[in-house]
Design a protein. Structure first.
Length: 125
């Protein structure tokens, strides 16, 4: 039997990623995904957030934690209307999408300018 933890996770807060250009990454996450700068007194990291979670952007040569073996993707949950709008608007911004039907959810996968794989997913199928 597994012991219950003494704390409870509420949800994803952020994913820390390293980027080649902080300004360009901040613009991209704001303009393409609609995330807003949170905690502006931190620089770096530049925390881009929306809907209770987000990403912390660190410069590749900055003061970040030692790199781990890798990251598969960062997933953002959206409602159906936002999912459909993203499928229409992201390609207009030059973003190549890959759709996947997971049965209980639909997802589109794409990359940010630094090659990080991102996912938008909806459970409203």
């Amino acid at each position: 039997m597994v012991d219950e933890p003494t704390f409870r996770i509420e949800g994803l807060d952020h994913v820390a990623i390293e980027v080649a250009d902080l300004d360009a990454a901040e613009r991209w996450y704001a303009e393409v995904l609609g995330l807003e700068r949170a905690i502006p007194e931190w620089d770096p990291p530049r925390v881009m957030a929306g809907g209770g979670g987000g990403v912390a952007l660190f410069p590749v040569d900055g003061d970040s934690v030692e790199p781990l073996p890798g990251m598969n993707h960062i997933a953002f949950r959206v409602d159906r209307a936002s999912f459909d709008a993203a499928r229409e608007r992201l390609p207009e911004r030059g973003v190549e999408l890959r759709f996947s039907d997971h049965g209980q959810s639909h997802s589109v996968y794409f990359e940010d300018p630094d090659g990080h794989r991102l996912e938008l997913t909806t459970y409203e199928v």
